[in-house]
Write a protein that binds this ligand. Structure first.
Ligand code: CDP
Length: 208
């Protein structure tokens, strides 16, 4: 069983994916972390973000088990991740890793931008999780404040909108809803309601 979850920044897909993996007894991969881990490696070594060969070299050494979300969630790493995510050769390398994770029994929940369209086009169920830009900016601001980080709603909103635009307009694997994905708009839902809606959609699809 493979569950593909895509959606824009701060749509709640990560929390949802983690809870769904627990619920269905599957493994979970936040594919955003793979882009973040490569970006962090380049930043730490003062390497350019536009050099594809160097980025691919970093991706080859990536160990999915060693990715530390608390370190990789830094704001500037997310920004750098979205810049290197336009490099087609780098994506091919990361998609290979992500696919092999997905195809290892008993299956997995993967969340990202191109899971239903590119990484796992034959997934058992595909969800496209979204919410208004304002709701997403509010959640991301609250999340940062709860971690003791500084956060300003207006600049978080601007940042999300810039990143959505870059992710949606790039030529390779842009953020887009797969034709056979079910849309889940969480603008007016808390995480518990979104989780229950997702479980319903998945249970129905798995029975079909
Ligand atoms: O959590 P948040 O939505 O802020 O970002 P993320 O999921 O960690 O992803 C960071 C960046 O990696 C995104 O802005 C995308 O540019 C890129 N990404 C991608 O291109 N494809 C994926 N499957 C996952 C992330």
């Amino acid at each position: 069983m493979i569950i593909a979850i895509d959606g824009p920044a701060a749509s709640g897909k990560g929390t949802l994916a983690r809870r769904l993996a627990d619920h269905f007894g599957l493994r979970h991969l936040d594919t955003g972390l793979t882009y973040r881990a490569v970006a962090a490696g380049l930043l730490a070594n003062g390497l350019p973000l536009g050099d594809e060969a160097v980025a691919i070299e970093h991706a080859r050494y990536l160990d999915l088990a060693q990715m530390d979300k608390s370190v990789l969630s830094a704001h500037e790493i997310g920004e750098a991740a979205s810049r290197i995510a336009v490099l087609g050769g780098l994506r091919d390398e990361l998609v290979r890793l992500q696919r092999s994770f997905a195809e290892t029994p008993p299956g997995a929940v993967l969340d990202g931008r191109d899971i239903g369209t590119v990484v796992c086009p034959n997934a058992t169920v595909k969800l496209f999780v979204t919410a208004s830009a304002e709701a997403r900016a509010r959640r991301r601001t609250d999340e940062m404040i709860s971690k003791g980080q500084e956060a300003n709603y207006a600049s978080v909103l601007e940042d999300l909108q810039r990143r959505d635009e870059r992710d949606s307009k790039r030529t390779v694997a842009p953020l887009t809803q797969a034709a056979d994905a079910v849309l889940l708009d969480t603008t007016k839902m808390d995480i518990e309601t979104a989780f229950r809606a997702a479980v319903d959609i998945i249970s129905r699809a798995a029975d079909a």
